[in-house]
Design a protein around this ligand. Structure first.
Ligand code: GSH
Length: 228
């Protein structure tokens, strides 16, 4: 069944390897859904991370780092890291700020997300919601993730209080990237009610034209090698 996310797959389309339920995979896919007129032909290829597919030769031949999301462009160029892929796919759209200062602000938030939010919220959520059978074995790591995650969320909340979006230029790539895991933090055991500025921002992001929920990411299916 079509989720509305899948690009049709004309010759010359990019291929974006993703996995369902992932805040990282969600970011570039949200960009594809929201970049507006002049959409980019891009087919989505779900990869079965839980089944170890990212660590098998078929996928490692595509991305030796063994992670998704991963983009193979229509020209065969390769690009990893969710925020870099999201930026690349957003180029030429209103999701990328126009002025040098606002672009730099956006980059600042992409780095903030990868250093102060994602490494803390993502594992807590993974072992709570995606693979709860492994939670007990990782129980000792939770207090560190939760404490550090709250520190990142508190900084985010302070910035968002009195602001509509992360950058002065308005809704864009920074909001998409930071939203990826922030809106899923409750699934990792974070009480977001402590952060009213974050909660109101989540509502505003979800109200943006073209916004799709993370649950719309195509579900897992075995990877099929794609000629690059
Ligand atoms: N910093 C990377 C993190 C990517 C990442 O952790 N991907 C996970 C799924 S969310 C993955 O591919 N895990 C499979 C593995 O490591 O084997 C990004 O932002 O893209």
């Amino acid at each position: 069944m079509s989720t509305g996310f899948e690009g049709r797959a004309p010759t010359g389309a990019h291929t974006l390897y993703i996995t369902a339920g992932s805040g990282n995979s969600y970011k570039p896919v949200q960009v594809l859904a929201q970049r507006g007129p002049g959409g980019i032909p891009c087919r989505l290829r779900p990869v079965n991370v839980l089944d170890g597919e990212t660590r098998r030769p078929g996928f490692l031949a595509i991305n030796p780092r063994g992670q998704v999301p991963f983009l193979v462009t229509a020209e065969g160029e390769r690009l990893g890291e969710s925020n870099a892929i999201a930026w690349f796919l957003a180029e030429g759209s209103a999701l990328i700020p126009a002025s040098p200062l606002h672009r730099a602000q956006a980059i600042q938030w992409l780095i903030f997300e990868q250093t102060l939010l994602e490494p803390r919220i993502s594992p807590a959520r993974f072992f709570s919601t995606i693979a709860p059978e492994l939670r007990e074995a990782n129980a000792a790591r939770f207090p560190g993730w939760i404490e550090a995650g709250h520190a990142g969320l508190a900084l985010l909340d302070a910035h968002l209080t009195g602001r509509e979006f992360l950058c002065d230029s308005g809704y864009g790539i920074a909001d998409i990237a930071v939203f990826g895991y922030t809106h899923l933090a409750r699934e990792g055991g974070f009480d977001l009610d402590r952060y009213p500025g974050v909660c109101r921002w989540i509502d505003r992001v979800q109200a943006q034209p073209g916004h799709r929920p993370v649950a719309d990411l195509p579900t897992v299916e075995p990877i099929r090698p794609v000629a690059a």
